[in-house]
Design a protein around this ligand. Structure first.
Ligand code: SF4
Ligand code: SF4
Length: 156
């Protein structure tokens, strides 16, 4: 269940209101706030991303996106990877992929442990999982995977 971020940038496309730039204090240095937690942080644009950061056409055309997101070839990259807030560093859009016993994909579970699936039986089992899950996410993840496997699902 190792998560590998593909740097598709999808999760950052609507975070412009949540990663707020309060003021610029240097050529590539910004005082910022992570609005959802009220946490202030200082961000210096990564040295190897200053060229792409300086092209403002992407933020101009995507006003809802995080102000630090920039295209880089086929990728959309965070240009403050070193200084990005903890919520960004630990974010996982997918913690587990769930398939039926034949390997047919049914959906996925996010890093915040939310099920994204339409399958009615899986959703029914998920309701029971939510009622019994351990309190901490680190305990809950393997526990959830175990329950799903006991019910015949494949989890990876
Ligand atoms: S966490 Fe997921 S959505 Fe966000 S950039 Fe990585 S792969 Fe894309
Ligand atoms: S700081 Fe980086 S990881 Fe966080 S929302 Fe902005 S671009 Fe995405």
């Amino acid at each position: 269940m190792t998560f590998n971020c593909r740097q598709c940038g999808t999760c950052c496309m609507y975070l412009g209101d949540y990663i707020a730039i309060e003021r610029q204090t240097g050529e590539f240095i910004f005082e910022c706030e992570c609005v959802s937690t009220g946490t202030a942080f200082t961000a210096e644009v990564d040295e190897d991303k200053r060229r792409i950061f300086s092209d403002l056409s992407f933020p101009e055309n995507h006003p809802a996106a995080c102000r630090f997101l920039r295209p880089d070839g086929d990728l959309l990259r965070c240009t403050i990877h070193r200084d990005s807030p903890a919520q960004c560093k630990f974010y996982r859009c997918i913690a587990m992929r769930v398939s039926d016993r034949n390997g047919k994909p049914l959906g996925h579970i996010t890093g915040a442990l939310a099920l994204h699936a339409d399958d009615q039986e899986l959703r029914r089992i998920w309701e029971g999982i939510l009622r019994g899950r351990p309190k901490t996410d680190s305990e809950a993840e393997p526990w959830i995977a175990g329950i799903l496997r006991e019910n015949g699902y494949q989890v990876e």
